[in-house]
Design a protein around this ligand. Structure first.
Ligand code: FAD
Length: 394
């Protein structure tokens, strides 16, 4: 599938907006205790994005999504700074949540839960992971301990969750729970809920290495949460299947946004290396520095090509599970190398919060873990290699 002029024009508008209007906000330190931009700051930037016609730029006014390759063109530009994705409403977890509700929700659920998200008036959270100390769902989602059962026209949910990005301050939640109903054969259910809800308690918001996602990553207790049955997203017992629908595009869109951030980090490091002198010449003329930036240039191009390849696969209608696993590993590991080299090129300035280089280093470190840690993707790819070999040699 090709990239339309409409998408290319939108990508150009987003880039001009982010560079011109949002970069200056990097020195605005309205932050919550987790270090993330406050909702006040986000809403202020969103108003600018709305006026510039670049709010939720990956979804057309009629609700249809640009295809994945087009989305890549747009999201890379919105990610040129972590604040850009918040301003344009392309950030995680909302972008993935919008995709899921848009693909699985019925018209009533879309009108109630999707509309405020697309309009950038509300934030959302996806409740899947559970505490390691309770042996809950983590790298292995099938270990889910949060349960749900029917009670008349309602479902009742109980359990604990953790690392729930944006739960603190979110208005919309997607909650995943394992069904105790015999006809669902232990499958999971997904529910759309309004937040806050008295049955959902935020017990802690830990400080984490990353800091760009509003609300941080909350620990949650869910105690007898009663949800009307018509707020189930999709069918009972099919939750893991729907999570898969969200998974590949959401993984890929993280790659797109963080590529944007690392392109910018490389620009900043390049500028530093060309201005800063050491031992009688500019840093760029020291081979050790020049090679770091050259290696980054190669990594950044390879990342772009891998995202484009995976996006193309998803655009054929494939779930792209294998391709998005490969891309997520390759891109997150390569971004880590790029961000690390940008820090190194810039010496002490690289680890100070004067530029987004140190932010990007912290953000891409966390990206190697969420949406499937590197080792889990490699493990599942290795299983596929074994299966394919057995099939070919049967
Ligand atoms: C910044 C951030 C934001 C997040 N946001 C959300 C959110 O919004 N909603 C949500 O539900 N969750 C969220 N998560 C949770 C994330 O999805 C989990 O951290 C991830 O699935 C790993 O689970 P875990 O932390 O329990 O690690 P564990 O399951 O304890 O795994 C620990 C490590 O074990 C290794 N490992 C595990 N299995 C294998 C294997 N088969 N082979 C080899 N090695 C293996 C990996 O190295 C892995 O990193 C977020 C996490 C982070 C860090």
């Amino acid at each position: 599938m090709t990239i339309s002029n409409e998408a290319l024009e939108m990508a150009a508008r987003v880039e001009a907006f982010v560079r011109g209007r949002i970069f200056p906000y990097e020195q605005d330190f309205r932050r919550d205790h987790h270090g993330a931009p406050t909702d006040e700051l986000v809403m202020e930037m969103r108003e600018l994005a709305r006026n510039a016609g670049v709010l939720t730029p990956h979804i057309r006014p009629n609700g249809s999504h640009f295809n994945q390759r087009e989305t890549a063109a747009i999201l890379i530009k919105s990610g040129l700074t972590p604040l850009g994705m918040l301003a344009c409403n392309t950030q995680a977890p909302d972008e993935g949540n919008m995709y899921l509700i848009g693909h699985v929700g019925n018209p009533d659920l879309k009108a109630r839960f999707l509309k405020p998200l697309v309009e950038g008036r509300a934030r959302s959270a996806f409740f899947m992971t559970e505490p390691a100390e309770l042996q809950g769902a983590g790298a292995d989602p099938s270990m889910m301990i949060t349960t749900c059962h029917r009670d008349g026209n309602h479902w009742v949910v109980n359990g604990k969750k953790c690392f729930i990005t944006g739960a603190d301050g979110a208005k919309v939640g997607i909650v995943m729970a394992k069904s105790e109903e015999p006809d669902t054969k232990g499958g999971a259910c997904l529910f759309l809920i309004d937040l806050p809800d008295p049955a959902i308690t935020i017990t802690n918001v830990p400080n984490t290495i990353d800091s760009s996602m509003p609300g941080g990553h909350a620990d949650i207790s869910i105690d007898n949460l009663r949800i009307p049955a018509d707020q189930m997203l999709g069918d009972a017992g099919e939750g893991f299947k729907y999570a898969q629908i969200r998974l590949s595009p959401a993984r890929l869109s993280h790659c797109m946004r963080w590529l944007g951030g690392c392109i910018r980090a490389q620009e900043i490091a390049t500028d530093y290396a060309n201005r800063r002198m050491a031992f009688g010449k500019q840093l760029i003329d020291h081979e050790g520095v020049g090679f770091m930036l050259a290696e980054n240039m190669i990594d950044l191009k390879q990342i772009e090509l891998m995202i484009d390849w995976c996006a193309g696969v998803l655009d054929t209608g494939s779930l792209g599970t294998v391709e998005s696993s490969m891309t997520k590993v390759a891109v997150s590991e390569a971004l880590m190398r790029v961000a690390d080299k940008c820090v190194q090129v810039m010496g002490g300035t690289g680890v100070a919060d004067q530029t987004i280089v140190e932010t990007m280093f912290r953000e891409v470190r966390a990206f190697r873990i969420y949406d499937g840690p590197t080792e889990v993707h490699k493990w599942s790819l290795a299983k596929k290699i074994g299966r394919d070999w057995k099939h070919a040699n049967a």
